[in-house]
Design a protein around this ligand. Structure first.
Ligand code: ATP
Ligand code: MG
Length: 420
């Protein structure tokens, strides 16, 4: 071990587990790519004000968890704690919404940073794949996103997850509810910080994980009873669309989510094998965010799925992804001349699209065969001096054990044929 270790709350992705992470990212992205979402990549840091305004000053993410810093040039920046504010900022900046093709549908994949208390499933650096559909108010769009996440998890083989669904109302009905809730909360026995939260963001108090708080919340006014007709109808339509598509969900009146920008539809994907960190993904509608960022009214909806927790969920369910071995052919030269010759063959095989690796360092056959086995290669290609004199190399099928001498000038064709 070296003197350096990964910082607290972070970890490295190394083979073979890193292959699972790549596969999970790909599995989440696949349904999005298949549904009109284009790839977007934004910087790892932004003007701190973007998150303060976009995510909300009173949220844990901004007030406690953000890596904010000032540069030598005096810029106030923050490592991105989440994706939506950045993606919307990028879309507005590039005027994507003016190109006339609404919704603007974007997907992303990247690292996010939150200064949290590290524990299993909760890290300071983590990975999300997310999607945003910007500029359209249509229950089918909310349903689409929920269905795509559901498909992604199912394609990975996950089964023990649930979809929690709620509506947070809009700028008509939410303020009325907010006041009713504040009235109720002010009468409870709560600590100083929570009391402050009642005034700034009372809905978040419903999200409090502490049992003694939850006990007092019994009988709190529920948003459900305050939704205006438009919000009710919208929510019913989302539910109906999901039901017709056979996507099971649970109504969860207490699902408020930790970010300020949500309106109407909110949802969370929870996995029952993960203990306290049960949310594998979440999202919702954010109809007011664009205006909060100084843009035009652009009702939008999106989600972000946590890659780290999805990998943990796979482990919890005992799902092994079917990841094909990275290497198809492992070439082993015996002797100096064979090394030169076979290295050329390796380059040719690679150029022909065959995943090929090579025994470097002039090790003996035994050690090299061990590496070949470890690589998972279907074939080994061994050549010594006598083989080369005859213009051949020995191609061994690692599954059947069968070995054949193949003429070097037909080798690429033969290997590609065999690999189908
Ligand atoms: P939690 O309630 O567990 O703190 P959250 O509501 O803060 O989650 P979101 O902001 O909705 O999470 O992020 C979407 C997803 O990203 C989460 O469902 C989770 O899978 C993942 N995620 C969020 N924070 C972390 C973290 N610190 N470490 C690992 N994954 C995370
Ligand atoms: Mg959180």
């Amino acid at each position: 071990m070296s003197t350096f270790q990964a910082p607290k709350g972070t970890y490295d992705l190394i083979p073979p587990v890193s292959a699972t992470f790549l596969a999970v990212r790909e599995a989440i992205a696949a349904p999005l790519k298949n549904s009109g979402y284009g790839y977007v990549e934004t910087p790892g840091f932004e003007n701190v004000e973007l998150f303060a305004r976009g995510v909300g000053e009173s949220t844990d993410i901004v007030s406690k968890e953000m890596y904010a810093f000032e540069t030598k040039g005096g810029d106030k920046l923050a490592l991105r704690p989440e994706g939506t504010a950045s993606v919307l900022r990028a879309a507005l900046e590039a005027n994507l919404h003016k190109a006339g093709n609404l919704p603007v549908k974007l997907w992303y994949s990247g690292s996010y940073y939150r200064y949290e208390r590290p524990q299993k499933g909760r890290y300071r650096h983590f990975s999300q794949v997310g999607a945003e559909a910007i500029g359209v108010e249509d229950p089918a769009l909310d349903a689409e996103l929920i269905i795509l996440a559901d498909q992604a998890y199912r394609s990975l083989g996950l089964r023990n997850f649930r979809i929690l669904l709620n509506s947070l109302g809009d700028k008509e009905c939410r303020p009325v509810y907010r006041e009713a809730l504040q009235g109720f909360l002010r009468g409870l026995d709560l600590d100083e910080e929570t009391r402050r939260r009642i005034e700034i963001n009372p809905l978040r108090v419903l999200d409090d994980k502490r049992a003694d708080v939850q006990k007092q919340l019994v009988g709190a006014p529920m948003l459900h009873d305050y939704l205006c007709d438009a919000c009710k109808a919208y929510h019913e339509e989302v539910r109906e669309l999901l039901t017709v598509q056979g996507v099971a969900f649970e109504d969860d009146e207490k699902l408020v989510r930790g970010l300020d920008y949500y309106t109407r539809t909110t949802f969370e994907f929870v996995h029952d094998g993960l203990g306290a960190q049960s949310a594998v993904g979440g999202g919702g509608r954010y109809d007011g965010l664009s205006e909060m960022l100084g843009g035009p009214a652009l009702p939008s909806v999106g989600w972000a799925l946590g890659v780290d927790r999805t990998v943990l969920a796979l482990e919890a369910e005992g799902v092994e992804l079917d990841i094909p071995p990275a290497t198809s052919v492992y070439a082993i030269p015996l002797g100096e001349e064979a090394r030169r010759k076979l290295f050329g063959v390796v380059t040719e095989l690679r150029a022909a699209g065959v995943a090929t690796d090579f025994a470097f360092g002039g090790r003996g056959l035994k050690g090299a065969m061990k590496s070949a086995n470890r690589s998972g290669a279907r074939y080994t290609l061994v050549a010594g001096e006598r083989d080369l004199e005859e213009g051949v190399a020995q191609l061994k099928d690692m599954e059947s054990g069968e070995q054949t001498a193949i003429a070097l000038d037909t080798l690429v064709a033969e290997v590609t044929r065999r690999l189908g």
